[in-house]
Design a protein around this ligand. Structure first.
Ligand SMILES: Nc1ncnc2c1ncn2[C@@H]1O[C@H](COP(=O)(O)OP(=O)(O)OP(=O)(O)O)[C@@H](O)[C@H]1O
Length: 656
């Protein structure tokens, strides 16, 4: 993987310098089930500086980063993390911090220009010209000019290179004008040249925008290491060094562990603190030497560690006021921007709607062809109508399972954007709901128009009514999919949950087993799941006001109709041959009017009736959808706002 040349961050950028800030952390501890993961870490970084947290695998780099980004996790966190002496909380985080995660989780079907423009629209009230000015400046300074109109891409579609994606993440993080940028393994997945180039770029950026950069780095090369101002070496959750990166060599010399000639300082120190490769006593020596050195130098007014101790002491003071965040657009403006963005994605990304629309068209047409005979409204084929409707609603709602995975991935991006303070989760839920409703109609039209109305000869006079009923049912299942997409971080669990509920809905739709014969508490599923209400109303809507051949009105028959022998069950008037195979069919006499057929079918399938319950059924289907929507919304809001606070040190002994 390579990154584009020329991504040098210009001094004359249009992005504006941040006012001076100081990020300080002290006595940071993280305990999971009695296991101390971080053992009293402290340090401080000022505007314009880059701090690199280095350490072997399992040293605690990610845990420390999670603490700085208030990422929820197991266990308990303790210590002080402050920006200008103000304790870090979600409000301060959203206003002044940006995180660039290890995985570049972009909207794959947007171009960098679109992604940056929309991020700007979501966070600033700029005029069109101001906005374009900032967007152009970010594109230019991030070295994204050559790919600004290329779709970002993902594992399925070819798009930006790894380095370009990383720069785009950073460009989006900068839109907010943060004071602190947290970078999780920014060089992972990049080759040596790309890693060096991007770290030089971060250094320029920190200086020219006067921002604080804190990055975790697994194994920096010499060139990458030389780009850091400060370094913290971690091992087993303890510090083995914190201070100017350039001073590490001198320090190691002072403790008799001088860097061999032509060696990489980071590699050398990482070898010394890796318990897997050196004698644990050597690692203990490194930690103890550092503790002794730090305690001694903290009292030396000429030492850098003295200034660190002073900054830590200032955590209890007033500190510089934090810069006022720029005025953000209102909720309506954000909703409109989100609708615009998701409308674009809807038409470009096949996973959520387009793919399903095509699948619905094909599967419904397939079942219509299989049940081709059901297009004739005859006695013999009347029961086929029931099964055709079951397939026409059952298969598309089952395919709704793909929505679980699509919404799950979308939720990851939404969560990140909400946490970055781009917009509120409520704005997203509203925008998503507004866009979802028309899409349910589009899906319904795609599902029923060809298969149902062209092939299966559904009753065209009530096309509109049927589409509304179908769209309401799809929406109800869509709401279920959204709930299960956010309920479990793992999309497979959400998909399993969705399929369970879909099967329950199919089983308890009143066709497979009569409602009256289902024992409690399972009978409950007959009432709370939507397929029964759909089938009841769909059958009534399609059959009501139609007639069926093969039967005549007969005042003498208690049912009001009969099927004379000289009329075949297929409707043709001819003599019926008295053959054994047809004696069964001679029993199939459902009615002349659609309503009579409905009542006859209702003898076997109890929920089918000639009574019109359309309005009631739609309301129940919508109520079920609203229930799942509310649950999903609450879960989305909760999951987007979830943080893990840091409690003040308990005063218990901390290991340094
Ligand atoms: N849920 C957990 N319960 C107990 N220990 C955990 C849990 N999660 C992580 N740890 C431990 O915390 C320690 C620090 O993990 P962390 O992921 O921060 O390491 P790291 O320095 O980021 O490693 P790497 O560079 O490999 O990502 C590890 O020893 C890990 O096993």
């Amino acid at each position: 993987m390579t990154i584009e040349e020329g991504g040098h961050f210009s001094k004359d950028n249009e992005l504006g310098k941040r006012s001076d800030s100081t990020f300080t952390f002290s006595n940071c501890r993280y305990v999971i089930k009695e296991k101390e993961i971080l053992k009293g870490l402290s340090g401080t970084v000022k505007s314009g500086e880059v701090l690199a947290i280095v350490g072997p695998s399992g040293a605690g780099k990610t845990m420390l980063m999670n603490m700085f980004s208030l990422t929820p996790g197991p266990g308990k966190r303790e210590g002080r993390v402050t920006l200008n002496s103000q304790d870090l909380n979600l409000k301060i985080f959203r206003s002044h911090f940006s995180v660039v995660p290890q995985q570049d989780n972009h909207w794959a079907y947007l171009t960098p220009r679109e992604a940056i423009t929309m991020a700007t629209e979501l966070q600033h009230q700029y005029s069109h010209d101001e906005k374009m000015h900032i967007v152009d400046s970010l594109i230019e300074n991030m070295g994204l000019s050559s790919c600004k109109d290329t779709k970002v891409g993902n594992q399925f579609i070819q798009g930006l290179s790894g380095g370009q994606k990383r720069r785009l993440s950073l460009a989006i993080a900068l839109v907010k004008k943060p004071s602190v940028i947290l970078l999780d393994e920014p060089t992972s997945g990049l080759d040596a040249a790309a890693a060096t180039s991007i770290m030089t770029f971060f250094k320029d950026l920190a200086l020219n925008l006067n921002v604080i950069i804190v990055a975790t780095i697994h194994q920096p090369s010499t060139k990458v290491y030389n780009g850091f101002d400060l370094a913290m070496v971690l091992t087993g959750g303890k510090a083995a060094y914190f201070g100017p990166a350039a001073f590490l060599g001198d320090y190691l010399e002072k403790i008799d562990r001088a860097i061999p000639k032509n060696s990489n300082p980071a590699e050398h120190v990482l070898d010394l603190v890796n318990r897997e490769f050196v004698d644990p006593k050597e690692v203990d020596y490194m930690i103890e030497s550092w503790m002794a050195y730090r305690d001694r130098e903290s009292n030396n007014p000429d030492s850098y560690l003295h200034s660190v101790a002073q900054e830590i002491a200032k955590q209890d003071g007033d500190g510089n006021p934090l810069p006022e965040p720029e005025p953000a657009p209102g909720a309506v403006s954000n909703i409109l921007t989100l609708i615009k963005r998701h409308a674009v994605l809807t038409f470009r990304d096949p996973v959520l709607y387009l793919g399903r629309a095509a699948a619905f068209l094909m599967t419904c047409t397939f079942f219509s062809i299989v049940y081709l005979k059901a297009r004739d409204r005859t006695q013999r084929h009347a029961p086929y109508k029931v099964f055709l409707f079951m397939w026409h609603i059952g298969v598309p709602t089952a395919l709704g399972v793909v929505a679980v995975i699509a919404y799950n991935l979308e939720h990851l991006s939404i969560k990140r954007e909400v946490k970055q303070g781009q917009y509120s989760p409520t704005s997203y839920v509203i925008a998503n709901s507004i866009l979802q409703l028309p899409m349910m109609f589009v899906l319904s039209i795609m599902a029923l128009s060809i298969g149902g109305y062209c092939v299966s000869n559904y009753h065209i006079d009530v096309y509109g009514q049927m589409i509304v009923l179908y769209a309401a049912t799809l929406w109800s299942f869509e709401s279920m999919a959204q709930l299960f997409a956010v309920q479990f971080p793992n999309p497979l669990l959400g998909m399993l949950q969705y399929m369970n509920l879909w099967f329950a809905s199919f089983l308890f739709c009143g066709i497979m087993v009569p409602e009256a014969d289902v024992p409690w508490p399972m009978k409950m599923f007959n009432y709370i799941l939507p397929l029964k209400y759909f089938l009841k109303s769909a059958m009534h809507t399609d059959l009501h006001q139609t007639t069926f051949s093969g039967a005549i009105l007969d005042a003498e028959d208690p049912r009001g109709f009969s099927c004379p022998r000289n009329v075949t069950l297929d409707g043709a008037v001819e003599a019926v041959k008295e053959k054994a195979s047809e004696s069964h069919n001679s029993l199939a006499c459902y009615g002349f009017y659609g309503d009579q057929v409905l009542d006859s079918l209702g003898v076997t399938y109890r929920s089918i009736k000639s009574k019109d319950t359309y309005a009631e059924d739609i309301l129940i289907i919508l109520a079920i959808g609203i229930f799942f929507k509310i649950m999903g919304t609450m879960m989305t809001i909760h999951s987007c706002s979830a943080t893990m606070s840091i409690s003040k040190p308990s005063g218990k002994k901390t290991t340094k």
